[in-house]
Design a protein around this ligand. Structure first.
Ligand code: GTP
Length: 235
């Protein structure tokens, strides 16, 4: 396998599948099976999942809600998704641990870096919920922060687009996909990879990013065995 330890960032919105809200169980199971395969191949897997299928803090703020309140609600939404994923994984026999940045001791462990690393070393899939535990940060930033803390080799950002394009491929048909870009090129060309806080954190800590289509079955496996899938951002 190409990597020893990965941080997989999953989109909350992607969990909706074809639905308009909530969790699509087929999609959840698909993710769980791919994660199981990755974990069984010996790769240590940590996961951060968004909450956009349930609640989006920024949109709520645009509608007049207090931003901080909205962000905390978004963090709780990520815990709901994390619990769903944990349950799906355990249902197919994968050992998991869920750690939250906001203490909820009745339902999950608190985030303790050293414990998380220990769980990973024992082959358990570790899911990090509640973002960074702070408002004004995205789940991409949470994923990056956790990836750096646990010394992951790479952050794999699963999206519904199969990589980074010169323009938005859903709007501009002339957009071309990059196989590889450098951190500097992303700034220079104004490419959309992650929000700037998350992206800069990756750059400053030399954490490579791979953006790929997680909804395409088999992509995660290919990526881990070294096949070129999606777009790699590195130095
Ligand atoms: P080892 O120390 O490697 O054996 O790890 P472990 O996670 O098996 O040990 P521990 O005794 O800490 O945890 C046993 C179970 O309790 C696991 O399912 C944990 O996720 C869970 N657990 C541990 N701490 C907490 C907590 O604060 N809250 C909740 N809800 N569960 C916890």
């Amino acid at each position: 396998m190409k990597y020893t330890r990965i941080l997989l960032k999953l989109s909350g919105e992607a969990l909706m599948g074809e639905k308009n809200f909530g969790i699509d169980h087929q999609r959840l199971l698909q993710y769980a099976n791919e994660i199981k395969e990755a974990s069984n191949s010996g790769v240590q897997v940590a996961i951060v999942i968004g909450g956009g299928n349930i609640f989006r803090g920024i949109q709520a703020a645009e509608g007049g809600m207090d931003r901080v309140q909205g962000d905390y609600m978004g963090m709780l939404a990520t815990v709901i998704n994390s619990m769903a994923l944990q349950s799906a994984l355990e249902g197919i026999g994968v050992q998991t641990r869920l750690q939250s940045a906001i203490n909820m001791e009745q339902i999950c462990e608190p985030f303790i870096r050293r414990k998380a690393v220990r769980h990973l070393e024992k082959g358990r899939v570790v899911i990090f919920g509640a973002g960074t535990g702070n408002p004004y940060f995205t789940t991409d930033t949470a994923a990056t922060l956790r990836a750096i803390e646990i010394e992951a080799d790479v952050i794999l950002k699963g999206t519904r687009v199969d990589g980074i394009y010169s323009a938005d491929p859903e709007k501009d048909p002339s957009a071309v996909k990059y196989e590889r870009v450098s951190f500097t090129e992303v700034y220079e060309k104004g490419l959309n990879v992650m929000d700037m806080t998350a992206f800069t954190l990756c750059k400053d800590n030399k954490l490579p990013i791979i953006v790929f289509d997680m909804n395409h079955a088999g992509n995660l496996k290919k990526l881990l065995s070294g096949e070129k899938v999606g777009t790699l951002v590195e130095f």
